[in-house]
Design a protein around this ligand. Structure first.
Ligand code: ZN
Ligand code: ZN
Length: 384
């Protein structure tokens, strides 16, 4: 059996500690339970979508993830593509079908993709920061005194946290607020028990000293719990993903806050490149309608690659009535069509096409200056 100190921080919490009435006087115990073969992260994701109790909890506008309504287009397919067929092999259309997600934490369909995106971004941020550093980030839990939380607002907790961080000697960290803990092993029954998860860099004041120094007035002290170091990028990714799966979600409040040397102001991390260009002619992609009446068979719903060009029809974003064609698998396929189309208004997609159109026409102009493809290829050679 390992020592507690050497548990990976991967936060999976078959290591979650037992909920105790008075954590100040009872020695904390870690209990390992092999109740199910689902990882804890998956457990939370499952409950987010199925537990009716998750809907019932709320604290100052904070809810648990995935408890709002999905939009009409969530998790439907969009046909991105390029119709510059002259420059494609066999004069075919290039299509890159993609699943649309609204990227919102409260969406019951898209919250996992929100979690993964955020976890990716955090991992990039942390990895960049520790590149030439000696230590790793450490997962820490800070809990305000349990006999005080009923009276505290989120803002007062947040203010107190910043004082507590100074006492703990934590300057650089990411903070995730959890308004709730769970009564049962399945994580289906949340109850109000606010605390902060931190991924902190640097040395942390030892527990007893910290606890004594955070007794303000007649209050009990804050509890600090060290869940171990993040040894690798995978540890960080899994930890953030786990933390976000049941964090407090509120409009206009970041689910993860970065403080100190990893703040947005102090650490610039390059955005993930947004690649949405044709691999054959490099034109930006735009959205097409799939034609089911063409003499050719329509492409599969998840198609990426070349296809017969008469199966596609461009969407004009400047049409005042413009809507975007979204596609979804049918329950029962009929007449050779296993998916169906729905025209839905989506500002984001319309905007993306209108931003791409000028780039596309510039590029066409550029191309038309060279009558021969070989002429254009020569142009690409910058030094002789
Ligand atoms: Zn959604
Ligand atoms: Zn192309």
């Amino acid at each position: 059996m390992n020592h507690i100190e050497s548990y990976p921080a991967l936060t999976q919490s078959n290591l979650e500690y037992v909920i105790q009435e008075d954590p100040y006087h009872i020695k904390q115990k870690y209990v390992e339970k092999e109740t199910t073969n689902l990882s804890n992260y998956q457990n939370y994701v499952l409950q987010a979508q199925s537990s009716k109790h998750w809907k019932e909890v709320e604290f100052e506008g904070f809810t648990l993830p995935a408890q709002a309504q999905a939009k009409a287009y969530c998790l439907k397919w969009v046909s991105w593509g390029c119709d510059n067929t002259k420059e494609h092999p066999k004069n075919k259309h290039y299509a890159e079908h993609e699943i649309k997600t609204c990227k919102v934490a409260s969406c019951p369909k898209c919250f996992e993709s929100w979690i993964n995106r955020q976890a990716n971004r955090s991992t990039r941020r942390f990895s960049k920061f520790v590149e030439k550093k000696q230590y790793n980030f450490r997962h820490i839990i800070l809990s305000p005194p349990s006999n005080q939380v009923e009276k505290m607002s989120y803002n007062s907790m947040k203010k107190m946290l910043s004082i507590v961080l100074k006492i703990a000697n934590i300057k650089t960290c990411a903070v995730v607020f959890h308004p709730f803990r769970f009564q049962d092993q399945r994580k289906s029954m949340p109850y109000f028990s606010p605390h902060f998860h931190l991924l902190a860099y640097g040395k942390v004041t030892n527990t007893t000293e910290f606890h004594n120094k955070t007794k303000f007035g007649t209050n009990n002290g804050w509890l600090i719990k060290n869940k171990g170091n993040m040894e690798s990028e995978v540890d960080i990714f899994n930890c953030v993903r786990y933390l976000l799966s049941h964090c407090g979600v509120r409009k206009k409040t970041h689910a993860i806050r970065y403080l100190g040397d990893i703040s947005y102001r102090k650490l610039k991390v390059e955005k993930e490149p947004f690649l949405h260009n044709c691999p054959y002619c490099e034109l930006p992609l735009r959205i097409f309608r799939i034609k089911f009446d063409s003499k050719h068979e329509p492409p599969p719903i998840d198609h990426v690659g070349l296809w017969e060009s008469d199966c596609f029809e461009a969407i004009d974003p400047h049409d005042p009535e413009a809507k975007i064609p979204f596609y979804q698998m049918k329950e029962e396929p009929e007449n050779n069509r296993d998916y169906e189309e729905e025209m839905i208004y989506s500002f984001e997609e319309l905007l993306r096409i209108s931003l791409n159109l000028p780039k596309i026409s510039d590029r066409y102009n550029e191309l038309s200056m060279f009558d021969h493809v070989t002429g254009r290829k020569c142009q690409k050679i910058t030094d002789f």
